[in-house]
Design a protein around this ligand. Sequence first.
Ligand SMILES: [Zn+2]
Length: 203
Amino acid sequence: MLIGGAAREAAILGFHITPLFSYYAYHGPIFRVMVQLHNGKQDGISNYGFICHCKSCGQSRTFGFDELGQITCGCADKIDPDSITVVGPLWTGPLHDTTFLTEMLSLATEWGWANTIENGVSLEKLLDTMIEESDSRLPPGYIRLDEIASRAKVNSPPLGTLINSLRKEGYAACRSHIGANAIKTNCPIECCLDVAQEIRNLR
Ligand SMILES: [Zn+2]
């Protein structure tokens, strides 16, 4: 919402933005973002749109302004349209810039800041997570582990195991710096549930 507001204001003035990094601190809670302002309008795809979440199957999707009338879920034929929640308009593009974060991490290491610990997480680990989150294949948002567990009717799989299994299946997956018990992945929820069940069967 914050980045979306900045993107909208920039567009009105004839500029466009790219977020360099976005940091969420749950105590507060506070959301900080550093953006780079560029001259001229953005060409190509718009990163300002809507995110819909289907309560019935758990899948989230991103829609642009031109698709507003067509918001549905793949499972919609079986359920009532009230199960879909739409939020927006908001920023649906990347939250970080990989190159910028990588430079931040190398400077932090050089300056001896990398092992600084805040809220139980070292700066190095936080930046590593944010670098993983900056993978352009990943959608905005995250999936909570307990949602996967309850839909798959299994105990919560270990976070690292689930991420590795999803990567083995060819999907992008990583931890989320926003939620300790959540993952970011481009794997459809249905497939996540299969993977979670497979992990249960292996244990
Ligand atoms: Zn659905």
